[in-house]
Design a protein around this ligand. Structure first.
Ligand code: HEC
Ligand code: HEC
Ligand code: HEC
Ligand code: HEC
Ligand code: HEC
Ligand code: HEC
Length: 344
């Protein structure tokens, strides 16, 4: 055998022996016990603390937010639907790590050195579950973002920790009142608002069937000067908050009647513009949101002057912006459309 071939064979044998010795000496015994894994690591992985803690774990330090969240629509254990804190804020837990080891995706526990995410873009966050798309189960409420929110952040209207509660200027201090007590003092209103809350004067709004919390807030608004009107401000001045709530309960329970005083051609033009109002005033102007008004069936003259008033004496952050962006012709067309709409 030529010399260089026997040297090559010897070299291969030596490498083989070294490789085998290395495998025996350097790898852990449990290697290959469970396929290509270290058997010992199974117990190690099992002893990891869970990365996700529970909403309950947040309660001790974030009691107020926990309270709001736990009573809100995102905590619905009855039907197995819970949007947990860590779904939006990221995991608050981490692994128990050997000293010196550092796993960048887990870090340490919150609040010790682990900052949680505060989602700043709620459109991105909330649409993950609520944007309308085919195939998404209908029980999970869906919205068409452009029509529902426009350019606005979801948190501009929804309380992020209890999204069926509305925020800021929209939040109301009024409580449902007592309709019988309201009826007893409603006689004072009939001269202007008509018998049973249907006004005969197109400049004065119908109260019958209007949303209760909205009515109560409106009366208090005249009382506090948030709304100003020669006739109404004087009326509201002497009413207590409880009386306002009772009157609101009475009028909201009465049968509405559509004014139908819009001109047909103008109303048709208004219909084409009205979609932008539906997110807040309900489809076709019938609003299921108790603190915001329905528009359907209110008299054209009143609607037109009310829109105008949000550019001046009436203060409401949402409506002021809407009213500022409408020109007079569009406001008139919208008023005609809503005046002709069926109120129920
Ligand atoms: C649906 C998503 C969502 C869920 C679920 C949620 N949060 Fe939040 N949270 C937010 C958003 C969005 C903000 C930022 C709000 C803002 O910018 O005004 C926030 C803000 C916070 C903040 C910081 C701001 C502050 O007011 O101090 C804390 C703390 C917090 N959340 C704790 C919790 C806890 C505790 C839970 C569970 C009980 C929870 N969150 C559940 C979305 C959520
Ligand atoms: C042991 C008390 C404690 C617990 C438990 C706790 N937090 Fe916090 N959290 C804090 C403190 C303290 C801060 C403020 C830290 C700061 O201002 O730097 C904070 C801040 C936050 C913030 C704001 C962002 C940040 O990291 O500063 C969010 C969001 C938050 N916590 C969510 C949660 C959630 C969700 C849970 C439950 C999984 C939770 N926290 C559990 C004490 C706690
Ligand atoms: C991980 C998915 C998820 C995320 C993220 C989420 N939601 Fe929800 N949301 C749900 C589920 C599931 C329900 C339904 C609970 C039920 O059926 O009672 C719900 C219910 C609601 C409701 C009540 C719907 C109704 O029945 O009237 C509103 C409003 C809402 N979410 C708004 C928001 C907003 C605003 C955000 C962002 C801050 C958000 N959601 C983020 C899953 C999510
Ligand atoms: C201009 C205020 C406003 C903004 C901004 C807004 N919402 Fe709403 N949203 C409402 C009102 C008011 C309702 C209740 C409507 C009703 O009950 O008729 C509602 C209802 C919902 C519902 C329940 C729908 C249903 O069919 O019952 C979901 C889901 C929702 N919003 C998600 C979102 C998400 C996600 C965003 C951000 C992309 C968002 N909203 C932004 C005002 C707003
Ligand atoms: C002297 C006439 C007059 C009397 C009496 C009167 N109102 Fe009014 N009311 C008005 C006028 C005019 C407006 C429209 C004001 C405006 O444009 O802001 C109005 C508006 C309202 C509104 C706001 C409705 C909406 O859709 O925003 C409510 C609520 C209301 N009145 C309740 C009452 C109640 C309750 C009484 C009885 C205690 C009463 N009013 C008595 C003239 C009157
Ligand atoms: C972002 C939400 C939002 C949108 C969009 C919106 N509105 Fe409003 N609107 C409100 C709120 C909230 C009120 C009650 C304000 C108050 O308490 O004075 C209101 C009140 C009104 C009133 C007074 C009703 C009355 O009985 O006095 C009229 C009229 C009105 N809106 C017309 C419109 C029209 C027309 C559009 C569409 C071009 C529109 N709104 C779009 C939130 C909105």
């Amino acid at each position: 055998m030529p010399k260089h071939i026997s040297r090559l064979v010897l070299l291969l044998v030596v490498l083989g022996v070294l490789g085998y010795a290395g495998k025996q000496l350097l790898t852990v015994k449990s290697f290959y016990q469970f396929g290509h894994y270290r058997g010992d690591s199974v117990a190690e992985i099992a002893s990891d603390r869970p990365k996700f803690h529970t909403p309950k774990s947040c309660e001790q330090c974030h009691a107020a937010i926990y309270d709001v969240w736990s009573k809100g629509v995102h905590n619905n254990p009855g039907i197995g639907k819970i949007v947990k804190c860590e779904v939006c804020h990221g995991a608050a837990g981490s692994r128990v790590m050997k000293p010196g080891a550092y796993h960048s995706s887990t870090g340490t526990d919150h609040p010790d050195n682990l900052k949680l995410d505060i989602p700043s873009d709620t459109v991105k966050l909330c649409t993950q579950c609520h944007e309308q798309m085919p195939g998404r189960p209908a029980e999970q409420k869906q919205i068409v973002v452009a029509a529902h929110a426009g350019e606005q952040q979801c948190k501009a209207c929804h309380n992020v920790h209890s999204p069926r509660t509305f925020v800021g200027a929209l939040a109301s201090t009024s409580r449902p009142g007592n309709a019988a007590a309201g009826k007893a003092i409603a006689g004072d209103c009939a001269a202007c608002h008509g018998k049973a809350g249907i006004s005969e004067d197109p400049a004065i709004p119908n109260l019958a069937g209007q949303n209760e919390i909205y009515l109560a807030d409106a009366i208090k608004g005249y009382k506090k000067g948030l709304r100003k009107n020669e006739l109404m401000s004087g009326m509201a001045k002497d009413l207590s908050d409880a009386a306002a709530e009772n009157l609101a309960a009475y009028f909201s329970g009465l049968q509405c009647k559509s004014a139908q005083n819009g001109e047909a051609k103008e109303a048709a033009r208004g219909q084409a513009l009205a979609a932008q109002c539906f997110s807040c005033h309900g489809a076709n102007g019938i609003n299921s949101q108790a603190m915001w008004p329905s528009l359907a069936g209110q008299s054209k003259d009143y609607l037109q002057s009310a829109i105008k008033s949000y550019r001046a004496e009436r203060k409401n952050s949402m409506m002021s912006k809407v009213a500022k962006d409408l020109n007079d012709a569009d406001a008139a067309a919208l008023a005609a459309y809503f005046a002709n709409a069926a109120c129920r």
